[in-house]
Design a protein around this ligand. Structure first.
Ligand code: SAH
Length: 390
């Protein structure tokens, strides 16, 4: 088997056990493994580090799959890992829907599998993982006997690995418009054309956190997508809910979700640019009991973190101004490039400019089916904050 030897001075990331090994961290490659094949990684003084898959075309040369020298990377390996991941989710209380595999945090770099009850959506975002797709599908079939498996590899990062973007069935074709149950209500999910894998499971625990503050409230939700938070607000007894999203499709689906739960008279939606509208409404002096913000990641690269911070500050400033004294702001950020401390600081900067004082109700991360490993920054990405706005 091809052996990869690291440079003498290794990065903090590798020391922390993170599974990525960049090309510039490698001294020599002894062997001629083709892209996607399994290799062994050693330190400069020949201590075993782990086994993983290589891709000479990628900046991330190797992604480690195991630290155990005797573990063989074969079909059985994938079956074992998927079973372990499912056992873990079940221990945490997940039954129908969960992120079954959260990449690195499940020691399966570049693999995402979302479980929507009997349906599964998967993404293989690196060449070495993509090669094992048949084994992964086989393992899903064996453990779950699913009604359907769908591939959402229509993601640009695949191109960095020299792979095309693609989507389609990995099982017999099935109706990709499904209905899932979450926290007692029902949601339409479009597995084929919805954003990412169709639905944002990472907020599923957080959606319960609004239960008490929305009771009897007039609620505004910006960046609502298919209205998951907004439908929850209606379900938990809000007086009125207005959801905003720039996508006509998302808003149409949000309206269907309101109807599905008998909330069409409570939850209304508008397809607008939230930046423009929040600015205008705060100038006009509109007021809500609760304002919820869940914007997209404003940045994908370290170089533009400042741009993201400006975006978060702006949107939260507008949001706060729309909250009645004593009301609540529910605000999220989904990029790991803005770590929790920095997010809290940004919210404080917005509060200062808005001349409002904040009292923290709760500060959470993504749902616990997306585990966080300390020191592995890309596993700690979602911030979810509720504050009272005084
Ligand atoms: N809260 C949702 C997820 C939101 S994802 C949930 O829990 O399911 C972010 C959403 O912001 C996307 O649906 C995207 O269409 C929307 N969006 C992006 N830019 C926008 C803008 N300028 N105005 C309004 N919506 C925007």
């Amino acid at each position: 088997m091809t052996k990869v030897y690291l440079k003498k001075k290794i990065s903090r990331r590798i020391e922390n056990g993170h599974p990525w090994i960049f090309g510039n961290e490698v001294n020599t490659v002894d062997g001629d493994a083709a892209g996607g094949e399994t290799v062994e990684v050693y330190t400069h003084d020949k201590k075993f580090v782990g086994k993983g898959y290589i891709n000479p075309q990628s900046q991330i040369l190797v992604r480690l799959l195991t630290r155990d020298k005797s573990e063989v990377i074969d079909e059985e390996f994938f079956l074992r890992r998927l079973q372990e991941a499912w056992d873990y989710r079940q221990r945490l209380g997940y039954v129908e829907n969960c992120r079954l595999i959260f990449g690195e945090a499940d020691f399966m770099p570049a693999l995402i599998i979302d479980k929507f009850n009997d349906h599964f959506v998967l993404q293989t975002l690196a060449l070495g993982m993509d090669k094992w797709k048949p084994a992964i599908v086989k393992a899903l079939e064996k453990i779950f006997s699913p009604k359907g498996i769908y591939e959402r590899n229509d993601v640009p990062v695949r191109e960095l690995e020299g792979m095309p973007q693609q989507k389609g069935f990995l099982s017999a074709p099935f109706d990709t418009q499904i209905i899932i149950r979450e926290n007692g209500l029902q949601m339409h999910v479009d597995l084929e054309n919805g954003q990412k894998t169709g639905y944002f499971l990472d907020q599923q625990d957080n959606r319960r956190a609004i239960q008490h503050i929305v009771k009897g409230a007039d609620v505004l939700g910006a960046f609502c997508y298919t209205g998951s938070f907004e439908t929850h607000a209606g379900w938990y007894g809000a007086k009125s809910v207005l959801g905003l999203d720039i996508s006509e499709n998302a808003v149409a689906q949000a309206r269907r979700n309101a109807a599905l739960n008998g909330l069409e008279n409570i939850c209304r939606y508008e397809a607008v640019n939230a930046f423009d509208v929040l600015k205008q409404w705060s100038k006009e002096g509109r007021q809500y009991d609760v304002v919820m913000l869940d914007p997209p990641a404003f940045t994908k690269s370290r170089e533009t973190i400042q741009k993201a911070i400006t975006g978060y500050k702006e949107i939260n400033l507008r949001g706060m101004k729309l909250v009645k004294k004593g009301g609540f702001l529910v605000t999220s950020s989904c990029t790991n490039l803005v770590q929790p401390e920095l997010f809290l600081e940004t919210i404080q900067m917005a509060a200062k400019d808005a001349r409002r004082r904040l009292r923290q109700v709760t500060f959470q991360a993504q749902a616990s089916d997306h585990p966080i490993i300390e020191g592995w920054e890309n596993t700690n990405y979602l911030k979810f904050l509720i504050v009272q706005v005084l």
